[in-house]
Design a protein around this ligand. Structure first.
Ligand SMILES: Cc1cc2nc3c(=O)[nH]c(=O)nc-3n(C[C@H](O)[C@H](O)[C@H](O)COP(=O)(O)OP(=O)(O)OC[C@H]3O[C@@H](n4cnc5c(N)ncnc54)[C@H](O)[C@@H]3O)c2cc1C
Length: 419
């Protein structure tokens, strides 16, 4: 089943030269990298995985995750709580003791239910794991205080280990967490964009370089314009980020405009580095909670597939979150690349002299932020869009923390509903 066959006669309007959004890949001097940061394919849903596998066909590599957390100069197994025995003994003890305390406090109901993300970390993981890893990492990636974030997004996003696993991990008995992501697929050649390219081939009509600027209701349908030409449709499904979509509509009440403007997101700067050596590290990717590095995650795409680099070469992709207009955003691409290369050299992940290609890409928006006003804001906007008969789908279309598999599932569900 293809999405195109579920909604025959539909037209996709895309503002860029190619479809793919965050899932686009770029080829530069024989290196392929994903400009929206490292993307790999995994899902809890077997049908969705089959859908993805069919799109990749033979062009696929399968990997078992080898991911790490950089802590006090060492690379610990990910998730952090599954690697407690790799910590210095005192840190191991504090993490285990905190975890057990929080477990019994929850069980005996001797602790208050958490009201924000920071409280949830202490409530669920205890002091040690929270203060050594979860809190610094999350405040680094989200670029906001965890106490200002809500709990609406956490389920399924943050590993949720049973007590037994954490005790085992502290004693050095091997355990795995976040297991639905343990094995993943990646296109052998072409980067993650292969998936969206294959899906695009199944769509009936695609018009690129058409940036929707206005949508107005007329005669039971909609007139859509990019300020150059108008198109008329009987129905609209929007994947345009909600704040931009609201800006395309007429007669939007002030409260709705304000709620859409209040929805928060992070932007992302991806720094790509092509290396003249066949390997730097064996990892899939590594998390960097420490303040010294601008990046929070570094991935090793040539470990996903040798087909994304010229023979005998390797590649690295560093991810940096920021807000438009902040100090990081205001750095030039050259400054950011230099900063990342220097830090990776200092950490002995690369040797500066082996760098043969660098590039940087900016994505905005990249991550939905669930702040304490999120639920109130999104419901005002959703009610308005529903009243206008406009359907929304996707990560920023719905303004939810959705991965590719969830976007595919939402798209099928919507197509079924509308067919
Ligand atoms: C750093 C990072 C890593 C990720 N890693 C993974 C991963 O490993 N696995 C996973 O499953 N998911 C991952 N994701 C999530 C994944 O990127 C998203 O789930 C997916 O790309 C969302 O697709 P979308 O179509 O909803 O949105 P987008 O990819 O944002 O696409 C929206 C599209 O709308 C177009 N558009 C916007 N405005 C207009 C307009 N006015 N007119 C016309 N077109 C417009 C854009 O150009 C774009 O093509 C990751 C995301 C990030 C940021």
């Amino acid at each position: 089943m293809t999405l195109g066959s579920l909604l025959p006669g539909s037209e996709v309007l895309e503002k860029e030269e190619v479809v793919g959004g965050l899932c686009r890949s770029k080829v530069i001097e024989g290196f392929t990298y994903d400009i929206g940061g490292s993307h790999v394919l995994f899902s809890r849903n077997k049908d969705t995985m089959k859908f993805i596998e069919r799109r990749l066909g033979d062009n696929v590599e399968s990997r078992t995750r080898n991911t790490k957390v950089f802590f006090k100069g060492n690379y610990l197994k990910y998730p952090f709580e599954n690697a407690l025995s790799e910590l210095p003994p005192e840190d191991n003890f504090e993490c285990l003791a905190g975890y057990i305390e929080s477990f019994y406090a929850r069980r005996d109901e001797s602790t208050q239910k958490p009201k924000n993300f920071e409280e949830w970390m202490y409530y669920r993981f205890g002091k040690g794991i929270t203060e050594k890893y979860l809190l610094p990492y999350n405040e680094k990636i989200w670029k906001m205080k965890a106490s200002d974030m809500s709990l609406d997004w956490i389920a399924g996003r943050i590993p949720d280990p049973p007590l037994d696993d954490v005790i085992r991990s502290s004693l050095g008995i091997s355990t795995e967490g976040y297991t639905h992501q343990l094995n993943f697929l990646y296109p052998r050649t072409g980067g993650i964009q292969v998936l969206t390219d294959r899906i695009a081939e199944e769509c009936s009509e695609i018009t690129t370089q058409y940036a929707v600027k206005s949508i107005r209701k007329e005669g039971g349908g909609y007139i859509v314009s990019d300020s150059v030409s108008e198109k008329s449709f009987s129905r609209i499904i929007s994947t345009v980020p909600i704040p931009s979509l609201i800006g395309c509509l007429d007669n939007v009440p002030g409260e709705v405009k304000q709620s859409a403007a209040n929805l928060k997101y992070n932007s992302l700067i991806s720094v790509f580095i092509g290396m003249s050596v066949p390997k730097t590290m064996d990892f899939s990717w590594a998390y960097f909670p420490e303040e010294e590095s601008l990046f929070h995650r570094v991935s090793f795409p040539s470990n996903y597939s040798p087909g994304v680099v010229p023979q005998g070469h390797s590649s690295i992709l560093a991810e940096i979150t920021c807000h438009i207009g902040d100090d990081i955003w205001n750095m030039s691409d050259e400054e950011i690349i230099e900063n990342v290369v220097n830090r990776l050299h200092q950490l002995e992940i690369i040797k500066r002299e082996s760098v043969v290609v660098t590039d940087a890409a900016r994505m905005t928006p990249a991550y939905v932020i669930y702040d304490s006003e999120y639920e109130a804001n999104i419901s005002v906007v959703e009610d308005h869009l529903e009243a206008q008969g406009i359907h929304t789908c996707g990560r920023f279309g719905q303004f939810q923390y959705l991965n590719m598999d969830a976007c595919i599932e939402k798209a099928f569900a919507m197509a079924e509903e509308l067919k």
